[in-house]
Ligand binder design. Structure first.
Ligand SMILES: [Zn+2]
Length: 129
C-alpha cells in the first residue's frame, strides 16, 4: 500500500518536472524570439491607416501621401528612418530628424502621418513608460 503511494508520488513529481521543463523551454523560446535578431519594423500610418510596414534594415525611399493631399518623403537607411521632405506648413516632421529606437515616432500633424519604429515587444513598454 505504502509502496504504491510512493510510486504515485514519484510519478507526480516526474510529471511536475516535465511540466516545469516544458514551461522553461517555452519561456526560453519566447525570450529568444523577442530578443533575437528579429529586426524592428517601420510602421507608417496615415490617419490611423497602416500604409507601410516593413523591416527597418531594408533601405527604402518613398513618398507617403498625406491625409488630404500633400506628401512626405520617407527615407529608411542604415536602420534609421527620416522624413527628408514634405510640403506641410510646419515641417516638424522634417526637422524631427532620424529615429532608430523602438517606440520613437515622427509625426506630421497637417498630413496626419505617423512614422514609428515598432520592435520586438519593446514598443509597448516605451509607450507605457
Ligand atoms: Zn510635416
Amino acid at each position: 500500500m505504502d509502496k504504491q503511494k510512493s510510486a504515485k508520488k514519484k510519478r507526480d513529481a516526474l510529471l511536475l518536472i516535465f511540466i516545469l521543463a516544458g514551461a522553461a523551454v517555452l519561456a526560453l523560446v519566447f525570450f529568444f524570439m523577442r530578443r533575437g535578431s528579429e529586426p524592428e519594423n517601420v510602421l507608417i500610418k496615415v490617419d490611423g491607416r497602416v500604409v507601410y510596414d516593413d523591416s527597418v534594415i531594408k533601405d527604402n525611399t518613398f513618398t507617403v501621401d498625406g491625409f488630404d493631399g500633400g506628401y512626405n518623403i520617407v527615407e529608411i537607411k542604415d536602420g534609421k528612418v527620416q522624413v527628408t521632405e514634405a510640403d506641410c506648413p510646419d515641417k516638424i516632421c522634417v526637422t524631427s530628424g532620424f529615429i532608430s529606437a523602438p517606440g520613437e515616432t515622427i509625426v506630421c500633424m497637417p498630413h496626419r502621418v505617423v512614422v514609428e519604429i515598432n520592435g520586438g515587444g519593446t514598443a509597448t513598454d516605451a509607450v507605457v513608460r
